[in-house]
Design a protein. Structure first.
Length: 273
């Protein structure tokens, strides 16, 4: 009985001290008092004091890292001191992430930038002094690691099916469909698998058009686009570039990143022969 009474008054206290907010016609109301203003353009929300002076912005980011893995976060930027922009995890309930209500919720409940006196500049500055670390799950961290490796390879596919890495031909595609050259996405319904070879004509692997899978010469299999949900949309067909990139990750011997340029001996123009 005593425990139930303690729980009851604890919940009652939380409800009593809970901050109720709403936004109407660009004015943020906290517990019945006007405290700030907000405007938005695209996914960027600008917060102003009641004198219409812009103080900071919150931008919602939702981007693809690699394959079906996406990262959603916010960018916080001070308008009066733009020395840096910081990236933070979503704090608001996912039900309205990326909307005006989410931006206001993040400011009041999460970051404590807005209170019943208005925009708290001290709390805003403290966030920039002690930037919270993002809490990325293992899947997202691994995706960023893969993305970093892919970016270093700097892969492109030219109009004749050659795979180029940092300006150097490293391989090529065969069994290309008739649409190749006019489209960079594989949409042709063909039962012929698209094969990949390195620059020395060694077989590296293939893209299985019927199952949308990549299979390397040593038997590794990867479905390049998996089923996704939420804010992320399903990408049904891969690009040739995406196939080459994933093949390079699956077979590290296919393309190697050169950390430095190797040149021959330098000979002066008037050197004796």
């Amino acid at each position: 009985m005593k425990k139930s009474i303690i729980i009851f008054f604890t919940v009652l206290g939380v409800l009593y001290h809970a901050q109720n907010f709403k936004t109407k016609r660009g004015i943020i109301n906290l517990d019945g008092t006007h405290v700030a203003k907000i405007s938005n353009k695209s996914s960027i929300y600008t917060f102003m004091d009641l004198n219409d002076t812009p103080m900071y912005t919150i931008e919602f980011i939702d981007k693809s890292i690699v394959d079906s893995v996406r990262d959603s976060y916010i960018r916080l930027n001070r308008i009066y001191n733009r020395d840096k922009t910081i990236e933070l995890d979503y704090i608001s309930p996912s039900a309205f992430s990326g909307e005006e209500k989410s931006a206001v919720y993040t400011s009041i409940k999460g970051l404590k930038i807005i209170d019943n006196k208005g925009i708290n500049i001290k709390n805003l500055d403290d966030i920039f002094k002690n930037i919270p670390k993002r809490k990325l799950d293992t899947k997202t961290k691994d995706a960023y690691t893969t993305r970093s490796k892919i970016d270093k390879l700097n892969i492109e596919v030219n109009k004749v099916g050659e795979i180029i890495s940092n300006g150097i031909p490293v391989g090529y595609f065969t069994n290309l469909p008739v649409s190749f050259g006019s489209e960079d996405t594989i949409t042709d319904k063909t039962f012929i698998d698209i094969e990949v070879y390195d620059a020395k004509s060694k077989y590296i692997g293939k893209y299985i058009t019927t199952t949308k899978q990549i299979k390397t010469a040593n038997g590794k299999v990867f479905t390049i686009y998996r089923e996704m949900s939420g804010r992320a949309s399903l990408l049904k067909f891969p690009t040739y570039k995406a196939i080459a990139e994933r093949m390079a990750i699956m077979d590290p011997n296919f393309i190697k990143v050169q950390e430095k340029v190797i040149v021959g001996d330098v000979v002066k123009g008037n050197a004796e022969k």
